[in-house]
Design a protein around this ligand. Structure first.
Ligand code: HEM
Ligand SMILES: *[C@@H]1O[C@H](CO)[C@@H](O)[C@H](O)[C@H]1NC(C)=O
Ligand SMILES: *[C@@H]1O[C@H](CO)[C@@H](O)[C@H](O)[C@H]1NC(C)=O
Length: 529
C-alpha cells in the first residue's frame, strides 16, 4: 500500500498540473495500456480447452487484422506452423476460426445448411452491387434454383459458340490498342487483361447488344459497381459516402439497361436467341413462378461481377508467369503448331482439348494464385471438429483457405515453383492426392445435387480453386474456356519476357477482396512474325 501511494501520489500530482489536452492524451494512453494488458491477460489466463488456439495479439478489436490483411497466405502458413490446421484470430473484432488442409476445406465448404451460412457474411457487400432478391439476398434454396438457371446457359453447345467470339475480341483488341502498336514494347499488363476479360465475358455471356455498350457508358458504370466491393465496405456499406452513392446509382442504371433490353426482346417476339438472358427469361421456379425481370437483371450483374475479378486476376497472373518463363511460352506455341497445324487455323472449342499444356497453364496458375484467398461462413450451431476436442461456437466466423493446401509440399512437390508440366502424367513434380477430373470414374466418385446439378460429394481435396459444396462455382468451365482461349491467342501473337530478362515474379496485391498482381506489372512484349 505504501509503495502504491509512493508511486501514485506524485503521478496524480503531476497529472493535475497538465493542461486539458495533455490530460486527455495521458488518460487515453492509460486507457489503451489497460485495454492491452487486460487483452493479453485474457489470452494467457482464460484459454478455453474446447476452442481452437487463439493467435496472439496485443490490441483488442484490431487483433490480427493488419498482419492477416497484408498477406493472408503468409499469415495462414505461419500460424499453421505454430498452432496446427485449426486456429482462431481476431478480424475486425470478430473471432475468426481458420481451418486449413483438406479436412478443413471439407469441414467448412461441405458444412450443413443448419451449421454454416454464407449470405449473412456476404450480403452487405453483394446486395447493393447486384440488387435485391438474388444470390445472397434470398434464402439459400432460391440461390440453388438461380444457380441452376444460370448453369443451363453454360453448356457445351454454348461454349462452342463462345470460343470464336472470345478469339475475335482478343485479336481485335490487340490490333486497336495503342499500347500494342509496333513490333515490341513494355506494358502494364493488368489493366489490359481487365479490359480483355470484360469484353470477352460480356460478349459471350451477355450478347452483342450488351457488349457494344461496354465501349462507352457500361465500362464506367461497372467500375462504379466495383467500388462497392472494397473490403472497407464490410463496415461502411450503408454509409452515404461518394463511392457508395455512385455504386447505388450504377446499380439502378445497369439494372435498367438489362430490363429495357428484355422489354425490347419481348416486344420483338425475339426469343430464338440462345444467350444467358434468354435462358433466364425462359426459367420458372419450382413453384411455377416465372423469374421476374428485376431478378434476371440482378443475376446478369452478379454473373459478370463474379467472373470479372477472378478471371481478370488469373489472366494477369498467367501473363506475368509467362513473362518469367519464356521457355514455357515457346512450348505453348510449339504445342499449337504440333497439334493444330502449322498454319494455326482459327481456334475452335474442340481445339482446347488438344492443348494439354495450355490447359495446365490455367490449372497451375490457379494453384499458386487463387484469386479468392479467404472463403467465409457464419456459424449457426456449435460445430464439433472431428478428431479434436474443439467445438466452434456460434459467435465465431469460419474461414476456409484452400490456397494453403494447394501450396503445401505434402501434396505438391516444390510447391512454390510454377511448373505447368507438373499436371501431366508421371512428371517428377506431379501432385499426390489430387485426382484429375477426367480420370474420376463417375461410378466410384460420389456425387450430390444441391439443386444446380451434380458436384463431388466429398471436398477433402487439397486443390479447390473453385470451392466446393452448395456454394461451388458454376463458372468453372466458362472460366477455363475463356482463359485458355485468351492464352492461346496471346501466345500466337507475342513473345513475352520480364523487362530485365530475369525469371522473377511480381508480388501480390491483397488490398481488394480478390488478390491480383501488384501494379505496375510491366511486361516486355515482342510480336511474332
Ligand atoms: C478463374 C475464375 C474463377 C474462380 C477462381 C472462381 C472461384 C469461385 C469460388 C472459390 C467460389 C465459391 C465461393 C464460396 O464458397 O463462398 C465461386 C462461386 C461462384 N462463382 Fe466463381 N470463380 C471463377 C469464375 C467465375 C465465373 C466466370 C462465373 C460466372 C460465369 C462465376 C460465378 C460464380 C457463382 C454464381 C458462384 C456461386 C456463389 C454461391 O453459390 O454462393 N465464377 N467461384
Ligand atoms: C416462388 O418461388 C420463388 C423462389 O423461391 C419466390 O421468389 C416466389 O415468391 C415464390 N412465389 C410464390 C407465389 O410462392
Ligand atoms: C425459350 O422458349 C421459347 C418458347 O418456348 C423457345 O422458342 C426458345 O428456344 C427458348 N429459348 C431458350 C434460350 O431456351
Amino acid at each position: 500500500m505504501g509503495f502504491l501511494q509512493d508511486v501514485a501520489g506524485p503521478l496524480l500530482e503531476g497529472f493535475s498540473t497538465l493542461g486539458l489536452a495533455s490530460q486527455i492524451g495521458v488518460a487515453t494512453a492509460a486507457f489503451v495500456v489497460v485495454a492491452v494488458v487486460l487483452n493479453v491477460l485474457k489470452q494467457v489466463l482464460f484459454k478455453s480447452p474446447n476452442e481452437p488456439p487463439m493467435v496472439f495479439h496485443w490490441f483488442p478489436i484490431i487483433g490480427s487484422t493488419i498482419t492477416y490483411g497484408m498477406d493472408p497466405p503468409k499469415f495462414f502458413h505461419e500460424n499453421r506452423k505454430k498452432h496446427g490446421d485449426c486456429f482462431t484470430f481476431i478480424l475486425l473484432g470478430k473471432k475468426t476460426t481458420v481451418y486449413v488442409g483438406p479436412e478443413g476445406n471439407n469441414f467448412i465448404l461441405n458444412g450443413k445448411i443448419r451449421d454454416v451460412n454464407a449470405e449473412e457474411i456476404y450480403t452487405v457487400l453483394t446486395t447493393p452491387v447486384f440488387g435485391k432478391d438474388v444470390v445472397y439476398d434470398c434464402p439459400n434454396a432460391k440461390l440453388m434454383e438461380q444457380k441452376k438457371f444460370m448453369k443451363i446457359a453454360l453448356t457445351t453447345e454454348a461454349f462452342r459458340s463462345y470460343v470464336p467470339i472470345i478469339s475475335d475480341e482478343v485479336t481485335s483488341y490487340l490490333k486497336r490498342t495503342p499500347d500494342f502498336k509496333g513490333q515490341s514494347g513494355v506494358v502494364n499488363i493488368c489493366p489490359k487483361m481487365a479490359q480483355i476479360t470484360i469484353f470477352t465475358a460480356s460478349h459471350a455471356l451477355q450478347g452483342k447488344e450488351i457488349r457494344d455498350q461496354f465501349d462507352e457508358k457500361l465500362a464506367d458504370l461497372y467500375h462504379d459497381l466495383d467500388m462497392g466491393f472494397s473490403p472497407i465496405n464490410f463496415m461502411l456499406h450503408w454509409a452515404p459516402l461518394p463511392w457508395n452513392n455512385r455504386r447505388d446509382h450504377a446499380q439502378r442504371t445497369v439494372a435498367k439497361i438489362y430490363m429495357d433490353t428484355m422489354k425490347r426482346r419481348r416486344a420483338r417476339g425475339d426469343d430464338g436467341q440462345k444467350d444467358m438472358m434468354q435462358h433466364l427469361m425462359n426459367s420458372t421456379y419450382k413453384n411455377g413462378t416465372k423469374v421476374p425481370d428485376h431478378e434476371i437483371a440482378h443475376m446478369m450483374i452478379a454473373l459478370l461481377m463474379a467472373g470479372q475479378h477472378s478471371s481478370s486476376s488469373t489472366s494477369s497472373w498467367i501473363m506475368c508467369r509467362l513473362a518469367s518463363r519464356p521457355d514455357v511460352m515457346e512450348a505453348l506455341y510449339q504445342e499449337q503448331i504440333d497439334n493444330l497445324g502449322k498454319d494455326l487455323p482459327p481456334l475452335k472449342y474442340e481445339d482446347l482439348a488438344k492443348l494439354p499444356l495450355n490447359q495446365a497453364i490455367v490449372k497451375e496458375t490457379l494453384r499458386l494464385h487463387a484469386p479468392i484467398h479467404s472463403i467465409m461462413r457464419a456459424v449457426k450451431s456449435p460445430m464439433p471438429v472431428p478428431g479434436t476436442k474443439y467445438v466452434i461456437p456460434t459467435d465465431h466466423v469460419l474461414l476456409a483457405a484452400p490456397g494453403v493446401s494447394a501450396t503445401d509440399s505434402q501434396y505438391f512437390p516444390e510447391p512454390d515453383k510454377w511448373e505447368p508440366a507438373r499436371w501431366q502424367k508421371d512428371h517428377p513434380l506431379a501432385p499426390s492426392m489430387v485426382r484429375n477430373e477426367d480420370e474420376i470414374n463417375e461410378e466410384e466418385e460420389e456425387k450430390i445435387d444441391y439443386g444446380y446439378g451434380l458436384v463431388s460429394k466429398g471436398s477433402a481435396s487439397p486443390y479447390l480453386p473453385f470451392g466446393a459444396g452448395r456454394h461451388r462455382c458454376i463458372g468453372e468451365h466458362f472460366a477455363n474456356v475463356q482463359l485458355q482461349t485468351i492464352t492461346a491467342e496471346i501466345v500466337r501473337a507475342f513473345k513475352f519476357r520480364n523487362v530485365d530478362g530475369s525469371d522473377k515474379v511480381i508480388g501480390t496485391d491483397y488490398a481488394s477482396l480478390f488478390s491480383r498482381p501488384l501494379e505496375p506489372a510491366n511486361i516486355y512484349w515482342e510480336r511474332r512474325n
